[in-house]
Design a protein around this ligand. Structure first.
Ligand SMILES: C[S@@+](CC[C@H](N)C(=O)[O-])C[C@H]1O[C@@H](n2cnc3c(N)ncnc32)[C@H](O)[C@@H]1O
Length: 278
């Protein structure tokens, strides 16, 4: 059974991984994710990998799984704040207490249990911060302590390293060209949602970096969108031609939609690009 990742994350690739990547991941040794998010592919790997993210909160949440007793602290926090079950008032108190600490110390091993619980109980399980801290309103879901327990077990078993930084900080000496895969899931240029303002120069630099990975013999898989609500990413469309490009939207031919002149206003043409057959 495929693993979902330790916390919900908007833009996570669980469904894509399950439908298109699971078999390939099973055949590889390590999966490295230089755009980590919830790290769905790494947690499903045979022996781990290196995950990098520009967001310190994301990295701290993953690293907190290595801290003994995290699951107990989340459970304890649940009892302490919600003795009579989940309710908005208690949620807002937990959020306030977490943010007071976050403003001084950021997310770290001492307060990550609170953030895990907030994400689980928050609206749509979002991970979203403003300058005053975590700012997601109360949601509808129940806490899921088992999800954290399961990922703590995976972290014990696999060799997972989580690093705060830029994707290009990936130390390639630690990547096995034969048996590992570098899975890249950057913010989409064509998307209206940007993670920290991903822009044209970022995109150009990333595609050049991937070309250099390819030239040096590393295996990569890239998830991206060729167009989003009719906005095409022409640079990506041209760049893809030299690699294997698989449209993953079954509703229509995403590739044709992106390269053709037809405008699919409400659709996003998602693709998987790789430098090896799978
Ligand atoms: C689409 S999300 C990845 C989602 C992930 N594949 C999952 O399944 O949850 C992109 C991630 O890249 C991170 N990011 C943005 N710019 C980055 C950069 N220059 N280097 C590394 N990570 C970056 C964002 O913080 C975000 O977590």
């Amino acid at each position: 059974m495929e693993i979902k990742g330790p916390f919900s994350y908007s833009g996570n690739k669980y469904k894509i991984m399950k439908a298109h990547l699971a078999n390939t991941i099973k055949l590889a040794n390590k999966i490295h994710e230089p755009f980590l998010g919830s790290g769905v592919c790494m947690y499903n790997s045979n022996s781990g990998g290196i995950g990098i993210d520009a967001d310190t909160n994301v990295v701290a949440l993953h690293n907190s799984l290595k801290s003994e007793g995290l699951t107990d602290r989340v459970q304890q926090c649940l009892y302490e704040y919600f003795p009579e079950g989940r309710n908005e008032e208690a949620y807002l108190k937990l959020r306030k207490d977490f943010n007071e600490d976050w403003k001084k110390n950021g997310t770290n091993d001492n307060n990550a249990h609170m953030l895990h619980l907030l994400i689980q109980l928050g609206f749509n399980s979002l991970l979203r911060f403003s300058k005053n801290g975590y700012n997601v309103p109360f949601g509808r879901k129940e806490a899921d302590i088992e999800r954290i327990r399961l990922h703590q077990k995976i972290v014990e078993k696999l060799e997972l390293n989580f690093i705060h930084g830029s994707y290009s900080d990936l130390l390639l000496d630690n990547v096995d060209k034969e048996n590992d895969i570098i899975y890249l899931d950057p913010p989409y240029l064509a998307s209206k949602f940007t993670y920290g303002g991903w822009n044209e120069p970022d995109e150009k630099a990333l595609l050049e970096w991937i070309d250099s990975l390819n030239k040096d013999g590393y295996k990569f898989i890239l998830s991206n969108t060729l167009s989003h609500r009719g906005v095409k990413n022409q640079r990506l469309i041209d760049w893809c031609e030299k690699y294997n490009t698989k449209p993953i939207d079954k509703k229509y031919n995403a590739w044709a939609a992106a390269v053709g002149s037809v405008s699919y206003e409400n659709n996003t043409s998602e693709v998987i690009v790789s430098n090896f057959e799978f």
